[in-house]
Design a protein around this ligand. Structure first.
Ligand code: WTA
Length: 672
């Protein structure tokens, strides 16, 4: 890697940012990067020194086997150390750093009239109260707690309360269906579910308690449901509508199982001694789509995740004490875990926590919030940028965005047009855009620019973060040097990488380590250009990325196939102006069934109900037959080209019946 002197147009860091930056230029980046690979022990030890360890480590900073041919895959960080995540992100600031009065979160509700300010001291007290409530409900170290909450402060309280008592949280994004929630509760075998009565998302009122009850009922269909207690935040009834009298929801209630949050917290003590955990004790499970359709419980542990989220946050957003940081993701995704909760709090940062949606009650809501809280660092997804671009510059011009210094994106490749708009219109040409590539599995950023150090190329996630060693392999597992395109893999672990798939080490090893022994396989394609910049080209497995949300073809296909009229379904993605990709579904109907608009609506609803609104298909096409190989494997490549109307299909010799393709092309325009 050399200091980029490229023929491409580079966007260089602004001088004023470089002046007081943690990593002020590209040479410093290279120097630190080299050290992090040559002496990881010293590098990570220095990072660990900032935190509180009840007992120091007896083992090295990192121990691992990354080579499946040599035995089981494992990663361990700081063996022998005892610590507590919650203590490090809260008590340490309040007790040792005198930051009790500092604002941890500016909570901004769905409606601009609802907002709260939460200091570190307040956060600590509320987390302790919640921890005591969970203990009273019988939750012990190692127990799983499922959390199905919208973006409200109680979501943060609950996750940190789990961390405090050593319980393992499993947060399920509150846009998921009861079916998805049930599946995740059953896999984790959680003993407690924390949810809310309801929430407004924009103008839509969602009855979360009803969805939760449906999920628990489904869980109980085959075996007794593991959840014995359900804690319900009275959010809609009390907070959003100013009193129960305005409560528009019928909140179903089970006297034996359910408990209102307010009542439970009222007499709960504000002190709670943290549970001192082993460095490798689990911190949380977060489910992510798997190519078989069954979600994978990605497991992250304590010490390594703390070091990694904390360090990436500090460097990638060049965090300073007086920053106001806003990440618009939902805590239900990994971005929210790492860069709303743990990373920022580990740094003692002040963040905005936003419950609502970008265009409610008006299309300038994001910009209004940036002005209101004087946001300095802003982190969002390409899909949000593309959606807001549609409204032009006018909505931004009404607000003062001059406090912004750094912009970030995550979730999917950002097209250069959206990058330029973000840079020019939102950042007024002044703010570097950090395009951060990472995954639920990686725990934190792995390819990313550093804002004051890295010359940017729009659309490239640029270079590896400290301690991360990427490489590109061809189909045969051979490493490609220089300019190249192939599979993105990593040669060694960093502290924040996942440790296993919950209850399935076998799936962990086969998904990430079997294809190319010695490497962690991301599942993403990648190109390295002549200047050494990395460009993510998208998923190369059977995964789809819609609005930055990953889902598997199998998951959507299974939902469609559950409809009585469908005999077979195949799902591919096609480009979408706002969402990046959208779903184009091919369905083969049972003999007697007719393809019509009513059926299309039913199928769309079916997918929405089974998985959640984010998975709603944009197109459903009737497919009298699907293109298959002679061995019966659906050729998704061909379907993808049909969906995209690309007529140059290349080699079709492996197809069992090439005529199928013509038929599908001719009927493409009827997709609805
Ligand atoms: C994609 C989200 C290009 C990628 C943090 C990855 C990206 C998947 C980027 C993980 C980026 C994420 N550029 N693609 N900056 N960031 N991706 O687990 O395909 O929800 O494998 O984690 O999103 O999605 P996940």
């Amino acid at each position: 890697m050399v200091v980029p002197e490229s023929k491409d147009k580079l966007f260089h860091p602004p001088d004023d940012l470089q002046r007081d930056a943690h990593v002020p230029d590209f040479n410093s980046y290279l120097e630190i990067y080299r050290k992090s690979l040559e002496d990881p022990e010293a590098f990570w030890k220095e990072v660990a020194d900032e935190f509180y360890w009840k007992k120091p480590a007896t083992g090295p900073m990192l121990q691992y086997n990354f080579d499946i041919t040599k035995g089981n895959i494992y990663i361990k960080c700081m063996e022998g150390a005892k610590t507590n995540m919650c203590y490090n992100v809260l008590d340490r600031h309040v007790k040792d750093r005198n930051l009790g009065e500092k604002v941890a979160f500016h909570w901004e509700g769905n409606s601009p009239e609802h907002h709260l300010t939460i200091t570190y001291q307040q956060l600590l007290s509320r987390v302790c109260r919640c921890a005591n409530v969970l203990k009273k409900m019988g939750v012990k170290k190692g127990d799983r707690v499922s959390i199905y909450l919208p973006m409200i402060p109680e979501l943060i309280y609950t996750m940190l309360a789990c961390a405090r008592i050593g319980a393992v949280h499993s947060i399920v994004f509150a846009g998921f269906s009861s079916e998805s929630l049930c599946e995740r509760i059953m896999d984790a075998q959680s003993s407690v579910l924390v949810t809310a009565d309801g929430v407004y998302r924009g103008e839509k009122l969602i009855n979360l308690k009803q969805i939760s009850d449906d999920a628990l009922e489904k869980c109980g269909e085959k075996a007794p449901c593991s959840v014995t207690k359900c804690l319900v935040v009275n959010h809609h009834a009390v907070r959003t509508k100013g009193g129960t009298s305005c409560n528009k929801l019928q909140t179903p209630w089970d006297m034996k199982r359910d408990m209102w949050w307010d009542e439970a917290m009222a007499d709960s003590p504000e002190e709670c001694e943290p549970e001192w955990l082993d460095a490798e004790d689990p911190l949380f499970i977060l489910y992510t789509s798997g190519s078989t359709g069954k979600p994978k419980g990605v497991l992250h542990t304590t010490a390594g995740y703390l070091l990694y989220t904390s360090l990436t946050f500090k460097y990638v957003f060049d965090h300073h004490h007086d920053d106001v940081y806003w990440c618009t993701a939902d805590v239900g995704w990994i971005t929210g875990h790492s860069y709303i909760t743990y990373g920022p709090l580990a740094n003692g940062a002040t963040s905005v926590l936003f419950e609502g949606v970008p265009v409610y009650p008006h299309i300038g809501r994001f910009w209004e919030i940036i002005e209101k809280y004087r946001v300095t660092k802003f982190y969002t997804a390409p899909t949000a940028i593309r959606m807001l671009m549609k409204y032009g510059q006018e909505p931004l011009q009404k607000f003062d965005l001059s406090t912004l210094r750094i912009l970030g994106t995550v979730g999917e490749p950002i097209n250069p047009e959206a990058w330029q708009w973000y840079h020019e219109v939102v950042g007024q040409g002044r703010c570097p855009v950090v395009d951060t590539f990472w995954q639920t599995e990686t725990g934190g950023h792995v390819l990313t620019p550093l804002p004051a150090a890295t010359p940017l190329k729009p659309g490239s996630a640029t270079f590896p973060f400290f301690g991360v060693e990427p490489t590109i392999l061809n189909e045969h597992g051979e490493e490609l040097e220089g300019e190249a395109e192939g599979y993105l893999v990593f040669r060694r672990p960093w502290p924040g990488i996942m440790r296993t798939v919950y209850k399935s080490q076998e799936r962990f090893e086969s998904t990430y380590f079997r294809k190319f022994p010695g490497f962690y396989v991301t599942g993403d394609g990648c190109r390295r250009d002549k200047d050494g910049y990395y460009w993510i080209t998208g998923r190369i497995d059977d995964m789809l990325n819609v609005s930055g949300h990953l889902m598997s073809t199998a998951e959507v296909e299974a939902a469609l196939a559950q409809h009585p009229a469908v005999s077979e379904a195949a799902v591919v993605s096609r480009p979408h102006k706002v969402k990046g990709e959208c779903l184009h579904c091919f369905v083969t109907l049972k003999d007697t069934k007719e393809f019509n608009q009513k059926l299309v609506e039913e199928l769309k609803k079916q997918v929405r109900d089974r998985i959640g609104p984010i998975a709603t298909p944009d197109f459903i096409q009737n497919a009298p037959a699907l293109p298959k190989t002679r061995s019966g494997k659906i050729m998704r490549r061909v379907l993808r080209q049909i969906a995209r109307n690309e007529t140059d299909l290349g080699d079709l010799s492996t197809l069992a019946d090439p005529k199928v393709v013509e038929v599908l092309f001719s009927q493409r325009s009827e997709a609805a």
